[in-house]
Design a protein around this ligand. Structure first.
Ligand SMILES: [Fe+2]
Ligand SMILES: [Fe+2]
Length: 189
């Protein structure tokens, strides 16, 4: 699929700020794809489309989740931050006719993560968290870690994000906790 076409489509639905974020995620993900020898075209498509639904109308996003992703989203209906990832999958399938599960799952889990993510999912997940304009405590350490060990970088980021969500009194998706626990257990083996 032509990335320039996808970029143009993205421009139509996102603010400049979010569009530029998507481009930085694409660049970060492409770099990681070359380091970890991932399928670059799949990584590119997932990275550029990951936030396609981010600025869509909340009602529309909730309707899509309710119809197509009910089981996975029913406990998180008020958490727009989580729902846009699922709605993104809907548009990837319906509008862009993407059927590749690795691409669709990388979009679906880019916010929450999940246990046993594929390489492509991991790359998109961490690229979203470490693109060059991200600025939060320890981001530089996570960036460096991502270049040498993706799982360690994701574990560090998940711990930090979970702490942040608890401090803010925010909902945490069970997938994020599951991902963090699995990475921790795998490390202890
Ligand atoms: Fe997102
Ligand atoms: Fe994003």
């Amino acid at each position: 699929m032509d990335i320039d076409y996808l970029k143009n489509e993205l421009k139509k639905v996102l603010s400049i700020k979010r569009y530029e974020h998507s481009i930085r995620v694409l660049e970060t993900a492409t770099n990681l794809a070359s380091i970890y020898k991932a399928n670059n075209s799949k990584v590119e498509i997932a990275a550029i489309l990951h936030d396609y639904a981010k600025e869509m109308n909340n009602t529309e996003i909730r309707n899509i989740c309710n119809i197509f992703f009910k089981e996975e989203t029913k406990d998180y209906m008020n958490v727009d931050e989580i729902l846009h990832s699922f709605a993104g999958v809907y548009f990837a399938k319906e509008k862009f006719k993407i059927s590749d599960f690795e691409i669709l799952n990388a979009i679906k889990y880019h916010t929450t993560g999940r246990k046993e993510m594929t390489l492509i999912e991991k790359i998109v997940y961490i690229s979203d968290a470490i693109e060059p304009k991200r600025d939060y405590p320890h981001v530089e350490e996570i960036r460096k870690l991502a270049l040498v060990n993706l799982d360690d970088a994701i574990l560090f980021e998940a711990n930090r994000k979970i702490e942040y969500l608890v401090k803010n009194g925010s909902i945490i998706h069970l997938n994020s906790v599951d991902m963090r626990n699995h990475l921790l257990m795998a490390k202890a083996k």
